[in-house]
Design a protein around this ligand. Structure first.
Ligand code: CP
Ligand code: NVA
Length: 319
């Protein structure tokens, strides 16, 4: 189901007792709340010492990363666990060993696997053959760990996200798709402002609406942002888009969706600004906004550490 929710699920996953974290759509509200609560308790220092003692997690990166790599690695160590980091380049996965065989082998060494990759099909294959929990560290289709940090960040600054209005401006990319799933599961209104040709898949939006979500998709960025409590954007050229004949046409398409001070004035006066980072300053967001008083982007980056601890503890059945 290309573009729909649950694209990262392996075919055998429904029957699996393993606690994979592949997409927000796979989990009910209570389960996501449980993970978020665990993350908040980790941040407050309320979790027992070294809950991951004796556990090892493999982190596999087939795409670059700063936050995901460091926040997982540091977070696991802080919880008393150990990590092994593999890159596509220096592992056999990068030379064509299958995700299935990689999963079979790593499952015999480690207690959980996190994968950042391009195609959701690779994650699906890994999940179908892993006998330990798998965490999605970003695919071309979604970035659920980011959304756990984003929800935590919103709630720290503005209280419960349920019933609030969040506006997305820019590319309808993997992070936008995860926002749609989050809106469905955590009951906030999401307005997505994007050029029609870069809209998130209609199938995903239809799914979210059928789940009761309030999702608007529009090319009118001012109407999307009007009165929102949170305005979010992301790069105009995601890692998976870099091969697509250069960024020039995307920049032209997306220029009207830049998150700048003039646009932010249409949001609620106390709106916060989020961006998953890395930012391309002067493109999707201006210095004035990202460095301004409404920006919480570095709290958001910090919360990757805490939110992922909650995901890990849940996935490993601890806490
Ligand atoms: N936001 C995020 O996932 O950042 P990295 O690409 O640096 O991991
Ligand atoms: N949409 C971006 C997110 C990076 C964390 C990308 O996929 O490159």
């Amino acid at each position: 189901m290309d573009g729909g929710p649950g694209d990262n699920r392996g075919s055998g996953e429904a029957a699996s007792p393993l606690r994979h974290f592949l997409d927000l759509a796979d989990h009910d509200t209570a389960t996501l709340r449980r993970m978020l609560d665990l993350g908040v308790r980790c941040k407050r220092g309320e979790i027992a010492d070294k809950p991951l003692a004796g556990k090892t997690v493999a982190l596999i990166f087939e795409k670059p990363s700063t936050r995901t790599r460091v926040s997982f690695e540091v977070g696991i160590r802080q919880l008393g666990g150990d990590v092994v980091v593999l890159s596509g380049k220096d592992s056999q996965l990068g030379r064509g060993e299958s995700p299935a065989d990689t999963a079979r082998v790593l499952s015999r060494y480690v207690d959980a696997i996190m994968l950042r990759t391009d195609k959701a099909s690779k994650l699906q294959e890994l999940v179908a053959h892993a006998t330990v929990p798998v965490i999605n560290g970003l695919t071309d289709l979604s970035h659920p760990c980011q959304l756990m940090a984003d929800v935590m960040t919103f709630e720290e600054h503005r209280g419960p996200i349920a019933g609030q209005v969040v506006a997305w401006t820019g590319d309808g990319n993997n992070v936008a798709r995860s926002f749609i799933q989050a809106a469905a599961r955590l009951n906030f209104t999401l307005r997505v402002a994007t050029p029609p040709e870069l809209s998130p898949p209609a199938q995903l939006v239809d799914w979210a609406r059928a789940e009761g979500a309030r999702i608007e998709v529009t090319a009118d960025v001012v109407s999307a942002v009007r009165g929102a409590r949170c305005v979010v954007t992301d790069t105009w050229v995601s890692m998976s888009d870099e091969k697509e004949g250069g960024p020039t046409s995307r920049h032209n398409q997306l220029a009207p969706y830049q998150l700048n001070a003039a646009l932010l004035r249409h949001a609620a006066p106390d709106a916060i600004v989020m961006h998953c980072l890395p930012a391309h300053r002067g493109e999707e967001i201006t210095d004035e906004v990202i460095d301004g008083p409404q920006s919480v982007v570095f709290d958001e980056a910090e919360n990757r550490l805490h939110a992922q601890k909650g995901v890990l503890l849940w996935a490993l059945g601890i806490g």
